[in-house]
Design a protein around this ligand. Structure first.
Ligand SMILES: [Zn+2]
Length: 342
């Protein structure tokens, strides 16, 4: 479930050797390079703990194995499929993600914003192609796109309140076929991250305007202005409910013995479609937490500056299987606490 098209080079005895057919019909190597195998194992373990201790809690538990977190569409698809209509709207939602680079088993949680919103945006920049030696007879989409890439960063730096974080990354810029040919079109792929719905709407709206205006600036007629596509891969900001976090925190502190599990640090503007279970129409209070996945020996080497933790989505990604235990314990105790003391 939720593997990535990467040839695993972790060196582990149980490294993936599987291959699968992707959406485009190509055969690709697949591996769990983000830890969704750990997440699903934790879910099964939590189910077992709940059933083994059936007399210590009352209520109903819904275990959700959402199928497509990587493309941030799995939670949305389940809700559209009537998850909450068919099984009821839960009083709370709990979720976790394993984290490479944090000590194995270390459970951390924060109040408020946990992850940013994410929107994939496709822009098709059209031009009028021709000979590379006669640019004046063409409208060069590579030149238009280059201006657009620069102008997009102006949205972040000049148009959005600097106190509201936002990111636009142009992750793909594809166009042209040969040195001396001015092509007809360029395809850009963007990811957009924000921390609030207001900023999100603003940035997405500005992207549409900027694309059209850069097209006009270059003399493109209205029927050849850039085509902007959005809304096909997106998730709102993932926000933890502070009351729910404060209910769970003392139980975890007692169980794991840390002074504080609250972390104020966010490493960047990662996204998580768990937000659909909590932020959309039903407003279910959520607790989304992180479980460290890097073994102690490797953490010591990292601390000594000798190596780095293999990052998520890399071929060498590997997670300490012991992190499953902490994940199950945290998930189980949080569930029991919220079931018994809602
Ligand atoms: Zn991932």
């Amino acid at each position: 479930m939720d593997g990535l098209p990467i040839l695993e080079e972790s060196g582990l005895s149980y490294a993936s050797r599987n291959r699968q057919i992707n959406f485009e019909g190509e055969e690709v190597p697949v591996m769990h390079a983000c830890g969704h195998d750990m997440h699903m194992t934790t879910l099964v373990g939590t189910a077992k703990m709940l059933m083994d201790n059936r007399d210590s809690w009352s209520g109903s538990v819904m275990l959700v194995g959402q199928p497509a977190e990587e493309i941030i569409n799995g939670a949305k698809a389940m809700l559209e499929d009537g998850l909450y209509q068919r099984f009821g709207v839960p009083d709370y939602a709990i979720g976790l993600h394993v984290s490479s680079g944090a000590p194995s088993g270390l459970v951390t949680v924060r109040e408020g914003i946990v992850q940013s919103s994410s929107d994939s945006v496709d822009i098709k920049v059209r031009g009028i192609g021709g000979h590379g030696a006669y640019p004046h007879q063409t409208i060069d989409p590579i030149y238009v796109s280059s201006q657009l890439v620069i102008a997009l960063q102006g949205i972040i730096s000049r148009q959005i309140n600097p106190l509201s974080p936002a990111v636009i990354t142009v992750g793909s810029f594809q166009g042209g076929s040969k040195h001396n040919i001015i092509s007809n079109e360029v395809d850009l792929q963007l990811t957009v991250r924000t921390d609030s719905e207001k900023t999100r709407d603003e940035v997405l709206g500005r992207i549409r305007e900027t694309a059209a205006n850069i097209g006009r600036l270059n003399g493109l007629p209205d029927d050849l202005l850039p085509v902007v596509r959005m809304g096909f891969e997106s998730t709102p900001t993932n926000i933890n409910n502070s009351d729910a976090v404060r209910k769970v925190l003392p139980v975890w502190e007692e169980q794991f013995g840390y002074d504080s599990l609250l972390t104020s640090q966010r490493p960047g503007m990662g996204a998580e479609d768990f937000a659909y279970f909590t932020q959309t129409e039903h407003k279910v209070p959520g607790v989304f937490f992180s479980v460290g996945g890097t073994p102690p020996q490797l953490m010591r080497e990292i601390a000594a500056g000798r190596t780095n933790a293999p990052p998520h989505h890399s071929a060498s990604f590997r997670i300490d299987p012991n992190s499953v235990k902490a994940g199950v314990e945290a998930m189980y105790t949080a569930a029991v606490e919220l079931l018994n003391n809602p």
